[in-house]
Design a protein around this ligand. Sequence first.
Ligand code: PRT
Ligand code: ZN
Length: 285
Amino acid sequence: MNELKIAVQKSGRLNESSKKLLEECGLKFSNGTGVLKSTATNFPVEILFLRDDDIPQYVEQGVADAGIVGENIVAEKKRDIRIVEKLGFAKCHLSLAIPKEDEYHGLEYFNGKKIATSYPEILSDYLRKNNIIAEIEEISGSVEIAPGIGLADAVCDIVSSGSTLMTNGLKEVVTILKSQAVLVASKNLPQKKVEILERLLFRIRAVKNAGEHKYILLNAPESAVPKIAEILPGMKSPTILPLVEKGWVSLHSVVREDDFWERINMLREAGAEGILVIPIEKMIK
Ligand code: PRT
Ligand code: ZN
């Protein structure tokens, strides 16, 4: 039993992205529906498919060595586990929302109110810290309909695009917690498993870095190179190759996805032409 056991969500919002990440890390495993566990054929990992709510507990108890779960669940379950790496997907936030016609001037709004949520621990900690006395109505799903059916005055729920709140006549007034999927692990792993986790983490970081960057190729007159090199810092500095046409070069570099469009505009203004942008599969810094 020397494989590292990793728990991922069986079905739901994290399932596909978690499997895709492990596949992009080069792991080969069967993942048909109904499968409860699967051993990778080319890496010492066994994948357990579980409900996301159970993952922190199983990792704490050692049933799984590691897991992929939302930070919201980690915060709510308060288990003694460690967050190893943020994974950059399933981004959302946990917010307080109230009927959209209500005026809101601050947290005192919630004094004496009833708030429906699936996150009673996070919510009660938050209310206590802010000296608000409110009643918490714990419900496991469809929290947003609670005010509409008279079950509560407000909600504390996960928001992503905000359209569910809007459809239910609610408006978001406070963000309590920002969340994304994270890799969690047991605090008591034997050395052998720590080593496997480190190897996997190295691959996860390479995949994550790649997703956050693009490879860029462009042509430019030689005279524009200093200006373009400033716009394109790349991993070290851009690669420059001569073109057949005299006085022209081709530049290759890497740019961050998040400021990509801004840099493209700057490059065009600096004289760049024939810009090609290519996805990167793995990126090792
Ligand atoms: O069956 P299991 O217990 O495993 O799954 P689940 O139903 O509890 O969880 P699931 O699959 O819905 O979500 C898994 C995780 O995805 C959550 O714990 C979050 O970390 C993350 N995540 C990201 C979200 C959302 N985005 C999200 N939009 N979880 C839930 N929602 C729901 C939210 O509860 C609300 O009903 O989507 C609605 C809001 O979405 P918008 O886009 O309308 O704002
Ligand atoms: Zn769940």
